[in-house]
Design a protein. Sequence first.
Length: 298
Amino acid sequence: MDINFELYKVFYEVANEGNITKAANKLMISQPAVTKQIKTLEDQLGGQLFIRTKRGVILTENGQNIYNHIKQGMICFESAELEFSNLKKLETGTIKIGISTTLCRIFLLPIIRKFHEEYPNVAIQLFTDPSISMREQLKDGKIDILIAKEQSKEDNNLDYEELGMLHPCFISSRKYLDPKDIIIPLKSINRYHLLLHKRPSTTRELFEEYCKKNNIKIETKLEIASASLLEDFVEIGFGIGLATKEFVENEMKNRDILFLKTKPELPPTSFGILTLKDSIHSFATNKLIEMIRQNKKK
């Protein structure tokens, strides 16, 4: 049976008010229109819903039975409208963000702090899995946005918007390398003990692609999954480590670690925000993306 929802809405208000005139005023339609719609609903259902009295209307037994079901539905509709309103006003909601720990610290953390100050009831969930894995999570809808380094070949299912540039570099300690020798020819980089991030790593992947294009052979002496642990091994003189300048420059101030220059210099890497192509975001996610873009302009 295909009955117009508006008929049930009119029925619900008349039952609540117990009076057709009051229901008409609440619905902001005329009294004859309410009477007509109640009659239409009764005809379609095949039974009387109200008994007319001098004081108004009361539900018949059939009408009471229908009302009990309609009431549950109306409560659900009203609850959904309220929840949507709260989402729109950013009084509730959840944003799932994929980002590396280091990129979160140097870029996203100040933005999240400001967002949380303005919208404290919106929950933030951070995912810090490898970038390759999080791209798949983004496509599967498990995260809303991903902030990561740009890969040489981005997925056609994802939109990428550049936010800034990162600069790969090598670091060493004075225990391993004389400060006079801070310029390293890339062609002879295998003269040194080379410390790289363990795969999968976008930083390592881009470096290996660069070496392959320029016919530079590399041999890894140590693979480390953690960026901070790589710095620790560099500091104790284990070798030279591939890092990202923006990630380590603040931490290096109080540590026995040197920036090394390569000849030629390694090309910078773009980082940006990735979203699923043609996706529709929540109000909270859209607001966070807007704040990220504003931070980019600054």
